[in-house]
Write a protein that binds this ligand. Structure first.
Ligand SMILES: C[C@@H](C(=O)O)C(=O)SCCNC(=O)CCNC(=O)[C@H](O)C(C)(C)COP(=O)(O)OP(=O)(O)OC[C@H]1O[C@@H](n2cnc3c(N)ncnc32)[C@H](O)[C@@H]1OP(=O)(O)O
Ligand SMILES: [Co+2]
Length: 139
């Protein structure tokens, strides 16, 4: 089931400050604009790497799912890791059949394809996002 590593999600109190850090300290040159995803409760911005992406996420709105994480990690930190799958519903059903806790219903993520999250308690403390491979994927 598990496919390519798509992105590593990094929570931050300020995407602007984080982008500056990736540019100045690590020499990142390809960074997208940030945009709001109200239904996900986050602002999103991608630092493009040759083989993957860092997804910077900042809380959007009072019910953002990352408020708790930032309360515990005020400077931010690694928040989730995202693997591609071919079919999100098949992946979801297989996980549920094995007793894993899938958080919420499949919804559209930052790449325009369906995503789900697997609770960290079932993944050795790691929050795992699964996303359907974009049809025009070229990485
Ligand atoms: C735009 C999109 C995309 O890529 O397309 C995105 O990525 S959106 C990315 C943002 N969206 C999401 O993360 C949606 C799915 N996430 C969630 O539903 C939530 O964040 C939960 C994962 C359920 C955590 O919720 P909450 O912070 O309220 O935690 P909680 O108080 O229930 O704590 C449950 C336990 O999980 C731990 N915990 C919380 N966040 C964690 C994280 N990111 N990684 C690992 N562990 C984590 C807590 O420390 C706690 O551990 P102890 O029990 O040991 O104290
Ligand atoms: Co993500």
């Amino acid at each position: 089931m598990i496919g390519k590593l798509n992105h590593v999600g990094v929570a931050t109190p300020s995407i602007d400050e984080s982008v500056k850090m990736y540019r100045e300290l690590l020499g990142a040159t390809s960074v997208t604009d940030k945009w709001a995803m109200p239904e996900q409760g986050v602002w999103v911005c991608f630092v493009n790497l040759p083989n993957s992406q860092i997804e910077l996420i900042e809380p959007y709105g009072e019910t953002s799912p990352i408020h708790g994480f930032l309360a515990k990690n005020p400077k931010g930190g690694q928040h989730h890791i995202c693997f591609e799958v071919e079919n999100i519903y098949e992946a979801r059903d297989a996980l549920v059949a094995k007793g894993a806790t899938v958080l919420g219903e499949p919804r559209i993520g930052a790449h325009g394809t369906l995503i789900i999250f697997v609770h960290p308690k079932d993944m050795g403390g790691l929050l795992v996002e699964l996303m359907e491979t974009p049809k025009d994927a070229h990485h």
